[in-house]
Design a protein around this ligand. Sequence first.
Ligand code: ZN
Ligand code: CU
Length: 481
Amino acid sequence: MNEAIRSTTLVIRDVLLFDGGGEPPVPSDVAIAGEYITAIGAPGSLAGEHIVEANGLALAPGFIDVHTHDDRALLIPGMMTAKLSQGVTTVITGNCGLSLAPAQMTNVPAPLDLIATPEWLRFPHFADYLAELASSGIAVNAACMVGHTTLRASVMGDSLDRSASEDECSRMRELLEESLAAGAFGFSTGTFYPPARAATLDEIVAVAEPLARYGAFYATHMRNEAEAVLDSLEETYEIGRRLKVRVLISHHKLAGVKNHGRSRETLASIQAARDRQPVSLDCYPYNASSTTLNPAFIARAARVLVSWSTPYPQHAGRLLAEIAAEWGISDEAAAQRLMPAGAIYFMMDEDDVQRILAFPPTMIGSDGMPHDEHPHPRLWSTFPRVLGHYSRELGLFPLHTAVNKMSGLPAAELGIDRRGRIAAGYYADLVLFNPQTVKDSATFAQPRTRAEGIEKVWVNGQLAWDDGGIRHQTAGQVIHR
Ligand code: ZN
Ligand code: CU
């Protein structure tokens, strides 16, 4: 057999090792061969054919982006630079009810237009989508979920503003079962959004019934993240209990001035629920959200920044209020005129963001919007911002805790096999970074700026990012449930 290749060893020498488990770092050497980590030893103790001298830089497991909309970006060469440049080596796609597959529809209903265009409705079965990821080659590993909104559009056509009939629920359930059998990683809903908000709890439970048999989880952009957030949490727990699966509360936040400070209540609720059933949550490190532009969403926000507009692409990156003033109309009317469009909403309280980030079970997910003309900076800077701004500068938690929230914790909670830790036998997904300089550089004005301090990234043992550039575009693997 392939001894020559197998024995080719790379040693990353003299690193400050953050193993992903949440313990303080230890000076070490790390050896990798092929796609696996093979040994960890004291500095200077390991020999290998190739040596990378790290000179005390930090080495962590490649980051896991728990909440992404990279379903299409994975298939477009170069687009995953936004993630690799931050040290992300695994993404979970299909969030907020939105996935590219299984697509058996002719139109793209909002908010599916955040990720899909009509030409991309070309994966009638989830297996088709996973096969294309594998054959075209992907820059990072991908664990792909099925979106409820996608299933609804496939089964219910254009009549989406109502709950599904029993027959429609069973057809959606069959599509989900077929997707899970093909390797789908989980199932997500986005009942916050019209038209999926017409779905009842019973519809969701009926559709998602196969999850438990596959050991898969349920992720949700909850119905309400404002006044009724506690009701939405209860609904989420109930869905988890009835399905007997883990629930993942996506991008936990409190929207609107009236709800600022209420993370005290929601985190107490989540803590209590975790004592009874498996509940996970993720968060992005910003006090502004980003999604479709909708007149109904703008009242809660102090400011609204347009991130894309089909009829007025020239207005991406501008404040809605400024555009409305120029047109001499209300913000709501201007929003209507700009649609279909996306926006960034400044509507959260920084204290809530920090309290949620610091909550021990909270994992990190970017919720980046890769196809926006003027994206929220979270697309390019989520992970360095947690490491640099929140951990190093504000001292919200130690660096080893920050690393755990983006590696070992999500791998353990969501069942990502042999990733998220630096240990012998694990996949060599690794990020070498400078803990003194790592920093988010993307801003709301300049959102496509690469992070600082990320030196090298390995994906499955291949050097994928080095010295500010892509080295390998296809080292990622599809992670099947
Ligand atoms: Zn969402
Ligand atoms: Cu999302």
